[in-house]
Design a protein around this ligand. Structure first.
Ligand SMILES: Nc1ncnc2c1ncn2[C@@H]1O[C@H](COP(=O)(O)OP(=O)(O)O)[C@@H](O)[C@H]1O
Ligand SMILES: [Mg+2]
Length: 514
């Protein structure tokens, strides 16, 4: 007899429904699998046969043919086991075929019949819901993430035996625990921990307000890492939609599959700090099955590139396109997938290889050539993507020991949120497609970031002096728009332009060094 069960597969974050058809009959024993299944799927035969045997279902005198449709879709991973096993049970008339209708089955089987945790359950359930499926059975160990999907009746199971007795109508499976909580803020780090560095804090505030990528240049121990780690505390919390998106990416990356891990929705923005030795694949994604890279794991959060000039040139080159487009496309032999990738980049570097260039108390020991080469490493591929540059002076002892503390993160965050609301209004009114100034398209820049007469004069005077490129000019205009938004000003005036130009100081210096 022929029976059908439903499952899903992922391509990037995109979910595709898979129809699993099983024909089983008493015959010369065989177990065939057709329909563009990859190695891990073909191994399913062994697992399903063994798991069914544990339930007393013997396939040794059966001919079983499994067809997975659509045929042109590559089936990756081991998550189809449960669907194959259930369709086989129906094909052998152990359960009524109708019991499988409208249910999505996700789960890899152990030989013992235990159902293993899977990667990517959250996005698969969201995709199944979009495809109109109303019920799903997922591994018990994925309960935490599965509970966040509304509109689908999600049940969890630990073994094939439990699923069998549900399909026979003997028992119900427990629902994925539906308590949706936002993670409580665990961070005790605060901007006020950082003494001095007023200029850098202001640059980070501008970056946070407008979504501008930022580069900090300062000697070792000046607080660059401290500041980067605290940038998230001045950003608004993730809303529920963003949190689900972040969680879906973590799910595909296998970062949630530890027991009930990931039970609460993340509220703080992700912070990813890949080491400068990271490979291109680690940064942008890849592997088999395809996994998101650091640039996607930092989506909606922060990507901290510490020691920027030490990163491999190829790796920085690979980041270029995602940072421009907000998505990353990774390909494997015959498959291509895209992941969202819209992090705020915060990069840091020393002013020179020894770290002391410009420090009155430590003479710099780098020769001119070495210094120049160091700077030149960041010139092309990545400097273009960094809108705001800020130079940090060495911290003075008096400043570290003094009583003066800066503003707390919540105070700064309130200004960032207000500036973001102004930008949101321009988006809602249809003036631009960008919700943040950092993402305003080249064609919208003139319209959205128009300067007043004095601002225009200042810009013209500075253009040649700074040696700005057309792209650099666009950055100045976008950043000036953000500075005006922080000031609550509709017009972009000369003080806003002046501050934005100040944030491009590295352009000319680096161009000269290259
Ligand atoms: N501005 C600062 N205010 C308070 N402490 C600081 C400051 N700068 C550096 N420190 C201290 O020095 C340590 C190293 O700072 P770090 O942020 O790692 O510097 P960098 O990344 O610039 O090398 C910090 O853990 C902190 O204890
Ligand atoms: Mg550091």
């Amino acid at each position: 007899m022929l029976a059908t069960a439903w499952s899903t597969t992922l391509l990037g974050l995109e979910t595709h429904l898979v129809r699993v058809e099983v024909e089983a009959a008493r015959n010369v024993p065989s177990f065939e699998l057709v329909g563009l299944a990859e190695a891990a799927v073909r191994e399913s035969r062994v697992r399903v046969r063994s798991a069914l045997a544990q339930l007393g279902v013997d396939l040794s005198e059966c001919r079983v043919v499994v067809n997975m449709a659509p045929a042109d879709l590559r089936k990756v991973g081991s998550g189809f086991d449960l669907a194959i096993a259930c369709a086989t049970l129906a094909a052998l008339r152990k359960i009524p075929e109708e019991s499988l209708a409208g249910i999505v089955f996700l789960g890899e089987l152990a030989l013992s019949g235990k159902i293993h945790v899977l990667r990517g359950v959250l996005p698969q359930l969201m995709g199944a819901r979009e495809a109109g499926m109303r019920k799903a059975i997922v591994p018990h160990a994925n309960e935490g993430e599965a509970a966040h999907v509304t509109g689908v009746d999600v049940r969890v199971a630990g073994t094939l035996g439990e699923v069998l007795s549900m399909l026979k109508g003997e028992r119900e499976l427990p629902r994925a625990n539906t308590c949706i909580e936002l993670e409580t803020l665990a961070s005790h780090e605060d901007m006020s921990d950082v003494r001095g560095q007023v200029g850098a804090k202001r640059a980070l505030e501008v970056a946070a307000a407008g979504g501008h990528n930022v580069l900090m240049i300062g000697p070792p121990g000046s607080g660059k890492t401290m500041l980067a780690r605290r940038l998230g505390t001045v950003l608004p919390d993730l809303n529920e939609e963003e949190a689900l998106e972040v969680m879906a990416l973590q799910s595909v990356a296998g970062l949630l599959t530890h027991g009930r891990g990931g039970a609460s929705l993340p509220r703080t923005r992700p912070f990813r700090a890949p080491h400068h030795t990271s490979s291109e694949g680690a940064l942008v994604g890849g592997g088999d099955p395809l996994r998101p890279g650091e640039v996607s794991l930092a989506h909606r959060g922060l990507l901290f590139l510490d020691e920027l000039p030490e990163f491999r040139r190829g790796a920085l080159e690979a980041l270029r396109q995602p940072l421009e487009d907000g998505i990353v496309t990774v390909s494997r032999v015959a498959a291509k997938a895209t992941f969202p990738a819209r992090p705020l980049v915060v990069a840091a570097m020393n002013p020179c290889p020894c770290g002391h260039y410009g420090d009155p108390n430590h003479p710099c020991v780098c020769n001119v050539d070495r210094h120049r080469r160091y700077r030149a490493r960041i010139s092309g591929p990545i400097l273009d993507r960094l809108d705001v540059h800020v130079v940090l002076p060495p911290v003075e002892l008096s400043c570290l020991r003094g009583a003066r503390q800066g503003e707390r993160s919540e105070v700064v965050r309130a200004r960032v949120v207000a500036a973001r609301e102004r930008q949101q209004q321009r988006f809602v009114s249809g003036l631009t497609h960008a919700t943040l100034n950092g993402a305003i398209s080249a064609s919208d820049v003139e319209k959205v970031c128009a300067l007043d007469a004095e601002g225009e004069r200042l810009l013209r005077r500075s253009f040649d002096r700074l040696g700005l490129s057309a792209r650099g000019l666009g950055k100045v205009l976008r950043v000036a728009r953000t500075i005006a938004d922080l000031a609550g000003s509709d017009a972009v005036r000369s003080p806003h332009v002046a501050e934005a130009i100040g944030a491009r100081a590295l352009d000319r210096e680096t161009r000269d060094a290259a």
